[in-house]
Design a protein. Structure first.
Length: 183
């Protein structure tokens, strides 16, 4: 399932400039709000991002500050148990040319595990996860509405209260498909 999602994202990324031609490289508007369409299904996280343009250079490069709110309702994680999560993350997105961008975000997450799959115990903890993405942002015609397709990687780098899991923390692959509005 994950492989199919990543392949689909890659195909949309590679064909997006011809399917939805971008009429403007970047928006003159400074604020952007976007909603992640994939994460509610894989890995069951609801994410809303607020982006603020920090600068726009003459050569077309642009930088944005990202603040996101993430929420995972209590649901089964097969490697850990019944899991819920809340996070407010910060990041930076850099536009290199037209809509092509890279993004680095740091996700400090507060996790609650109930009925751990290994020992049946409950755990609470703080987890820190940096994630890196590369992708393409395009506008739907000349409107204020946009999409952003990204592929990325992440890694858990800190756990305040390690709980038993069926697998060790490893580098993981991730993707974003967001829609949003500039204002």
């Amino acid at each position: 399932m994950k492989a199919q999602i990543h392949i689909s994202l890659l195909l949309v990324l590679l064909t997006s400039s011809s399917l939805l031609a971008q009429h403007q490289a970047v928006s003159p508007r400074k604020s952007h709000l976007e909603l992640n369409l994939i994460w509610p299904f894989v890995p069951n996280i609801y994410q809303v991002k607020y982006n603020r343009t920090l600068f726009t250079s003459k050569n077309g490069m642009q930088g944005e500050l990202i603040i996101s709110a993430n929420f995972r309702p209590l649901s089964l994680d097969e490697q850990e148990g019944d899991k819920s999560m809340q996070a407010i993350a910060i990041g930076y997105r850099h536009f290199w040319w037209k809509g092509f961008n890279t993004e680095l975000s740091i996700y400090p997450e507060f996790i609650n595990i109930e009925n751990n799959v290994i020992d049946g115990q409950n755990y609470e903890g703080f987890v820190l996860i940096p994630e890196f993405y590369a992708g393409y942002k395009g506008y739907f015609g000349r409107s204020r509405f946009f999409y952003n397709v990204q592929l990325g990687i992440g890694q858990v780098i800190y756990r305040s209260n390690p709980w038993p899991k069926t697998e060790e923390d490893q580098l993981f692959f991730n993707g974003n498909l967001t829609i949003g509005v500039s204002f």
